[in-house]
Structures are given as structure tokens and as C-alpha cells.
Design a protein around this ligand. Structure first.
Ligand code: A2R
Length: 317
């Protein structure tokens, strides 16, 4: 267990939704932050040094590690869309599995020998769970139900093997639904809020279209999630998997009702069959006692606050 803050951090895949928040979280807590993005992406944060990197280029990862000599590597780079993973399974496996191996290999061969890696996986890895399995402990068997989830489970297993076989310092995360201002509308909170903001601006009819409202999911604000990642870098136990989530699932209907209660006009709700998922699992909720015990972390930002801030984001953008 590391007792002191790891001060020099490298975020691989820093241009995405989570990356921007993680850069801020680490910089505000005294880290010297380096972040990578693809050549066609930009990172506009002032409080970090930006490097271009494609994780398919293992030698370049190695050169970067020797140049920066970070205490911690946060590996966020991923093909992170479930729907894209069905359409492009090879690409998803290349980036999420081979890319993760490239990062692990580069850290294994780096000049600095005590680099801690935080591997970001997903609550999706649990997949088709037993009806009474919630709250899901980290010991629950994984039955991934889509290509994205399978690649994340695979990356995590390989991380665990590197940790054991090469005595590397790897901490593995299964992040549950996270949301907040700036997230793409392929995620439910951002989707509802964007529809409401468009209606308020007169850009759409006063009708919101929704999918399955009875499914229960565990939502955590992205600002809490990146705080969990920082605390896991400080105090997570090497070789261990951690659920990161609120530990309290809510029905999607609650998300909709809350978002509508903030709307500045009357909005009708219609069900769109295209938004229904054939295999919706009724409830997905993590047991978060392990991360709480090891780091003291728990989610503090309410779902209502996340919805309010996400709606304001779309009103202003
Ligand atoms: O696909 P893009 O152009 O949005 O770029 C994504 C980037 N990325 C890569 N970076 C380096 N080398 C590659 N070969 C490569 N392919 C994709 O990783 C994007 O900028 C970043 C991931 O960010 P998002 O897709 O916005 O994911 P988010 O929400 O920040 O989630 C971060 C992590 C991922 O591992 C998720 O699977 C997990 O948290 O839930």
C-alpha cells in the first residue's frame, strides 16, 4: 500500500470525457500532470503537459515513460462505446486488449521500476448476473454480455497476471455508470438533459423520447469518480480490483422525473422502441465496501446535482 501521494502522473487517453476531469482533480491536488491524446485530438487544460500517443505504438509509450518518469499511470485510453464494439469488434479488442498489453509491457520495461498503473475497467464486466447477485462484490464471477465488456474483463485479467507474474504495481477498477457535464448523449443522463435543453431553446417539439424506464442502474458523478481514481493511486492495494460506484441503484424513471422537474416548460414523454435494449438486466448495483475500507472514498455528489449540472451544461452549449 502506498502511503503518500504519487505526485507525477501520466494519464493515457486524456482527451475523453473522464480525462478532462481527472487532469483537474490531480492538478488541484498537487500532482504534476502529463496527459496523452491521439494526434487528431486536443486537450485544452492549462494545468498539464500534453503528449501525442497512440497506444498501438508500444515503443512510443516506452519512450514517453522514460522521458516523464511518472509515479502513476492512469490508463483511460479505450474504445469505450458498447454499440461501436458490436460494429467493430476487432478494433475494440485491439485498442482495449492489445493496447492495454502495450501499456503493461512498456511499464514493465521502463527505466523507472515502481510505476503504479491504474487500469480502468467497467461494471459492464459483470454482465449477465444472477438475479440475487446485487450488490455485486468484486468476487462475483464475470459473464460479459457484449464485446466491450469482454475486452475490459480481458484487459483486467491480463493486468492481474502482470501484477502477479512480474510483481508489478497494478490496481484495477470496475467503474459503474458515471455521468456529468460534457458527457456524450449516448449515455442516459446526458441524453435526457440534451433533449430537455433543446426543447427549452425551441429547437425541438416538447416531447422527450425514452427507452426502458424500469431498469435500475448505479449512477456516480464523474467528479466523484476521478476522486476515487486519485485515492486509489494513493491507497489502493496493489493487485486488487475495486468497484467504483455509489452502491445505490435507482430506476431510469427517477432520472427522467428529476430531469423533467428542472425543465422550464411542459414536456410529454413517449416511448421509443429504438431506445429499448433487448437484454436489459433489471438491476445492476455494486458493493462498494472494499474501496471505502481501503481509501475512505464514497460518492458525495447527489444524482440530482449531476442531473442539474448536466442540464445547465446543455443549456449553455
Ligand atoms: O476514440 P477517440 O478518438 O474518442 O479517442 C479515445 C482514446 N483512444 C485512444 N488513445 C490512444 N490510443 C488509441 N489507440 C486510442 N483509441 C481511442 O481514449 C478517447 O479520447 C479516450 C477514451 O475516452 P472516452 O471514450 O471519452 O472514454 P471515457 O468516458 O473518458 O472513459 C475512460 C475510461 C475508458 O477506459 C472507459 O472504457 C472506462 O473509463 O469506462
Amino acid at each position: 500500500m502506498k502511503g503518500v501521494s504519487a505526485l507525477k502522473s501520466l494519464i493515457i487517453g486524456g482527451a475523453g470525457f473522464v480525462g478532462g476531469y481527472l487532469i483537474r482533480e490531480l492538478a488541484e491536488n498537487g500532482h504534476e500532470v502529463h496527459a496523452t491524446c491521439l494526434a487528431n485530438e486536443t486537450i485544452s487544460a492549462e494545468n498539464c503537459t500534453v503528449h501525442t500517443l497512440d497506444i498501438m505504438d508500444k515503443e512510443r509509450i516506452g519512450r514517453l515513460l522514460d522521458e516523464i518518469s511518472p509515479d502513476t499511470v492512469f490508463h483511460l485510453a479505450a474504445q469505450s462505446s458498447v454499440s461501436v464494439s458490436w460494429k467493430k469488434p476487432q478494433l475494440t479488442a485491439e485498442i482495449n486488449v492489445v493496447g492495454t498489453i502495450n501499456v503493461l509491457e512498456a511499464v514493465k520495461d521502463a527505466e523507472k521500476k515502481d510505476i503504479r498503473i491504474i487500469l480502468i475497467g467497467s461494471g459492464e464486466e459483470y454482465g449477465f448476473i444472477r438475479p440475487d447477485a446485487c450488490p455485486l462484490s468484486e468476487e462475483e464471477p464475470l459473464h460479459p454480455g457484449n464485446i466491450y465488456a469482454a475486452t475490459k474483463a480481458c484487459g483486467e485479467m491480463i493486468g492481474s497476471i502482470y501484477s502477479r507474474a512480474y510483481k508489478m504495481d497494478v490496481v484495477m477498477v470496475r467503474a459503474f455508470n458515471h455521468s456529468g457535464p460534457g458527457q456524450s448523449t449516448t449515455f442516459v443522463i446526458s441524453d435526457f438533459c440534451k433533449q430537455i435543453a433543446d426543447i427549452e431553446k425551441g429547437m425541438a417539439e416538447p416531447v422527450i423520447s425514452v427507452g426502458n424506464l424500469s431498469a435500475m442502474r448505479d449512477f456516480t458523478d464523474v467528479r466523484d469518480v476521478v476522486r476515487a481514481y486519485r485515492l486509489l493511486a494513493d491507497n489502493g492495494v496493489s493487485g486488487t480490483v475495486y468497484n467504483v460506484g455509489r452502491g445505490k441503484a435507482v430506476p431510469i424513471s427517477m432520472i427522467l422525473e428529476t430531469a423533467l422537474s428542472y425543465a422550464e416548460c411542459d414536456i410529454e414523454t413517449v416511448t421509443d422502441p429504438k431506445r429499448m435494449r433487448a437484454s436489459d438486466i433489471p438491476i445492476i448495483e455494486p458493493d462498494v465496501s472494499r474501496i471505502k475500507a481501503d481509501t475512505g472514498w464514497s460518492a458525495v455528489i447527489t444524482v440530482e446535482q449531476t442531473i442539474k449540472d448536466t442540464l445547465d451544461h446543455w443549456r449553455n452549449n
